[in-house]
Design a protein around this ligand. Structure first.
Ligand SMILES: [Mg+2]
Length: 306
């Protein structure tokens, strides 16, 4: 099956296409046509024939090209089924900047203790549930109004709204799935245009303050991949037709299971599980990888520069 190579940069260096042609040539392929997805920023090249070793070669081509042009994001994907029908997206450090649990802890003066645990959990060094319980306990006594205040003031990742609204406008089912908290994901779902959200629920006690416990069972890595499977089933599509995107260890199973798994500015533990990476550009790149052009994009930051 023919493959398509997509290159995206804040601005693509001159000669990028000839560098790409030389690299795919070493794998016995050549570009037969090219298409501009975004002037000076995103281009795709259709390659003749199959990479000999399929997926392995596709990844090797992307890796070699990233080494040759270190400022760009690259994907090499089969031509058919490139546009996905389901989007599963992580929230913290993917759709929004930073980790909301750390910011909640900051309201209690406990950010340093909590963020040290978050960092290790996202690297996959700790049991996710135990690490969550430990941090949620530290949030005991926090007023729910603090959560609402934080949710209203989140910083969204560039391109997040465009990614969700464009896929939704083209018929994809878009679900936000998070090991964070439903009081926050509900706000993010509405703001970015997700159809649904799934996250952990913090128990609330007297005077609208957190009790320091999360409802069980919690949303962890396996609940995320279960949500992916359920969403695909309900949408009547195969996992191949799904895009999952995240940054941390608890995204690994869903990113591995989806036809297009994207590691966004990700921890090392997620990188080798992913089909493609976004390291240098914004979340619109997940649309370019699917062959969308600027003209097909909708949403608040569609015209924003990365
Ligand atoms: Mg995350």
């Amino acid at each position: 099956m023919p493959h398509i190579l997509t290159m995206v940069g804040a601005s693509l260096p001159g000669g990028s296409e000839s560098v790409a042609a030389e690299i795919v040539g070493a794998f016995g392929l050549s570009p037969v046509s090219g298409r501009i997805l975004s002037p000076d920023r995103a281009v795709e090249l259709t390659l003749d024939g199959d990479p000999q070793d399929g997926d392995g070669d596709a990844r090797a081509i992307a890796r070699t090209l990233r080494e040759a042009l270190p400022e760009i994001d690259v994907a090499v994907l089969p031509e058919s089924g490139r546009r996905k029908r389901v989007l599963l997206a992580d929230m913290d450090a993917t759709m929004v900047v930073g980790e909301t649990i750390d910011e909640l802890a900051a309201a209690l003066g406990k950010e340093a203790e909590v963020s040290a645990i978050t960092e290790r959990a996202m690297r996959g060094e700790l049991d996710f549930e135990a690490a969550l319980d430990e941090r949620v306990a530290m949030l005991g006594g926090l007023a729910t109004t603090e959560i609402d205040r934080l949710a209203a003031a989140l910083t969204y990742s560039p391109g997040a709204e465009t990614l969700v609204r464009t896929m939704a406008a083209h018929g994809a089912r878009c679900v936000l799935v998070s090991g964070g908290f439903d009081r926050v994901t509900g706000v993010v779902r509405e703001r970015l245009g997700f159809h649904a959200d799934r996250a952990n629920h913090l128990e609330v006690g007297a005077q609208d303050r957190l009790t320091g416990t999360a409802r069980k069972p919690i949303i962890d890595a396996s609940a995320k991949v279960t949500t992916l499977r359920e969403t695909a089933l309900a949408a009547g599509v195969a996992l191949d037709a799904c895009l999952a995107i995240g940054d941390g260890a608890n995204d690994r199973p869903m990113v591995e299971a989806a036809g297009l798994g994207i590691a966004y500015r990700a921890k090392p533990v997620l990188r080798d599980a992913a089909t493609a990476h976004i390291d240098h550009t914004d979340l619109r790149t997940a649309l370019y990888f699917q062959g969308y052009t600027d003209a097909e994009m909708t949403g608040g930051s569609a015209q924003a520069r990365s």
